[in-house]
Design a protein around this ligand. Structure first.
Ligand code: AMP
Length: 279
């Protein structure tokens, strides 16, 4: 049975009980509108942790356009229903005031150069909001492990770094991107795509997979030609670039195996999608 709590007072006794029972606590932050990508995080967490906390919180500090925040899909009842079928022990659905007691939320002054690359460029302030809310959750929950999707590769790498910087004991674990049959990365934003948009968006994975085969050309040239192909199909590419996986900076030549990542963002019929592929 999944327990639903809405504030820290409700959360604390549950966590204490889990700790008394010597259970390892996993934490999975989400913004709700749950899909099988989120479920994969829960499944992986259940392999090493006996007590799994999923949060549902649409974090206002990581949205720069307030209408995007308003438009974010929310369906709490459906989410709780889905979580009942999983290994999730507790779902934490806080109010904004439970996470940010001050009227004007205080943001951490942590900085990383990744704040100014890719998603950081298109969403100014986004990563500072993400780091702030995740560190806040780590303070409240003190999980042994926390799970993040590689789909948001910059977020995963940043959280790993910020968590080490702030001396958190939580082990940050990454999970493979879950995809639809046509390769489209699962995302809460896909709920806003029509079936023909979804079909079209399958072309994104074709491009990423093709690039990951390191065709006989430079990374920059091949990324540019795939961006052109997608644009011709009416996929409004914002970035498509091959980077080194460590720093997430563009490269001029292919890096050794498992040290490359192709970074991607585009709008399909006004819906912004991000994806990446590590190779
Ligand atoms: P969100 O609810 O979009 O904030 O995502 C919550 C967590 O789920 C983040 O760590 C995401 O990276 C992860 N996630 C979202 N989509 C996927 C996916 N398709 N595959 C794996 N993880 C995902």
């Amino acid at each position: 049975m999944v327990k639903v709590v809405r504030n820290q007072e409700g959360l604390e006794p549950q966590l204490q009980q889990a700790r008394d029972e010597k259970k390892r606590i996993a934490f999975i932050p989400t913004m709700g509108a749950l899909h099988n990508g989120h479920m994969a995080l829960i499944e992986k967490a259940a392999k090493t942790c006996e007590y799994i906390v999923v949060s549902i919180f649409v974090n206002p500090t990581q949205f720069n356009e307030s209408d995007d925040f308003e438009k974010y899909p929310r369906d709490e009842n459906a989410d709780i229903f889905k979580l009942k079928e999983t290994a999730c022990s507790l779902v934490y659905i806080p109010e904004v005031s439970d996470i940010y007691p001050d009227k004007k939320p205080k943001l951490l002054d942590y900085y990383d150069e990744m704040f100014d690359a890719y998603e950081g460029v298109y969403r100014p302030g986004h990563f500072r909001g993400v780091v702030t809310v995740v560190m806040r959750f780590f303070d409240i929950i003190e999980p042994d492990e926390a799970y993040f999707g590689y789909k948001d590769i910059q977020q995963y790498r940043l959280i790993k770094k910020a968590s080490a910087y702030y001396g958190k004991k939580t082990k940050v674990v990454g999970v493979e991107t879950q995809r639809e049959d046509n390769g489209l990365a699962m995302s809460s934003r896909n709920f806003r795509l029509s079936s023909s948009d979804k079909k079209l968006a399958g072309e994104i994975y074709k491009s990423l997979s093709y690039i990951a085969q390191r065709p006989n050309s430079s990374p920059k040239a091949i990324a540019a030609s795939e961006a052109k192909r997608l644009k011709n199909l009416n996929i409004a590419v914002e970035y498509l670039e091959v980077c080194d996986l460590e720093k997430i900076r563009p490269v001029d030549s292919w890096q050794p195996k498992d040290e490359n990542v192709v970074m991607f963002a585009a709008k399909v019929n006004g819906v912004r999608l991000i994806d990446n592929l590590m190779f």
